[in-house]
Design a protein around this ligand. Structure first.
Ligand code: FMN
Length: 214
């Protein structure tokens, strides 16, 4: 079983998000000893360009044309990133909320991998169809404020709805969210939120493990 851990916080040891996603991974590896975990740290990785020749290649694909040979080499770096995502049985995204949505590094990653002919394709009527069915997505997010269901802040949460939309678009139906909140309304509430997140993360790993082993 392949696990891809996509890290979208630059705060490493200080990260509230990683304090919850790390126990999730540890529990998953305990429950599924064969699990192979690959980490993609979006703030330190050398990412392919999502501009210039690679944008021209994207439009070639969208128009049903082969990629121009002179642009094939840079496109291979996009394909390598897509391949890493496609190989994962389960993708874990660790993302703080930034300005009500996701950090730019995660948006950049999404812009790089969500390509026609790879993560989705158009059917004969021109309707896009996702190709990533069967993959599991676990999103651990953390937020300075509290955007829980029923709270006055809930309408400002553009993070979970966006992640559900874009990964639903590519065909993923099996998504789980652990939203750790509030992390910036005092140390007591922060530790309480992280503690609850860790409990939820371990429970989720135990719940997912049997299906992942089979
Ligand atoms: C650039 C930036 C933007 C942020 N925007 C929001 C926001 O819109 N809403 C919010 O509740 N918290 C916001 N925060 C706070 C973080 O979401 C919060 O501290 C989170 O727990 C950080 O996670 P991390 O420690 O894993 O990076 C922001 C933090 C940064 C650095």
């Amino acid at each position: 079983m392949q696990v891809l851990h996509v890290i979208a916080t630059p705060r490493s040891a200080m990260s509230a998000t990683l304090r919850v996603s790390t126990p999730f991974l540890e529990q998953l590896q305990l429950a599924c000893p064969g699990a192979q975990v690959e980490t993609l740290d979006l703030f330190t990785a050398d990412m392919p360009t999502v501009a210039g020749q690679n944008i021209d290649s994207k439009y070639d694909i969208m128009r049903g044309r082969p990629i121009e040979p002179s642009r094939a080499a840079p496109w291979r770096s996009i394909e390598a990133l897509i391949g890493q995502f496609q190989r994962a049985d389960i993708c874990l995204i660790s993302s703080p909320m930034w300005n009500f949505s996701i950090p730019y590094a995660l948006k950049y990653y999404i812009d790089a991998i969500v390509q026609p002919g790879y993560l989705f394709a158009y059917d004969e009527t021109g309707v896009p169809v996702g190709r990533c069915g069967g993959k599991k997505l676990v999103c651990v997010t953390s937020r300075g404020g509290d955007y829980s269901a029923g709270s006055p802040m809930q309408v400002l949460d553009l993070q979970e709805p966006y992640l559900r939309t874009i990964f639903g678009f590519v065909g993923i139906t099996d998504m789980e969210f652990i939203n750790v909140q509030p992390t910036d309304l005092g140390p007591a509430r922060r530790e309480e939120a992280i503690g609850a997140g860790i409990v939820a993360a371990r429970q989720l790993a135990d719940r997912l493990a049997p299906a992942l082993q089979g």
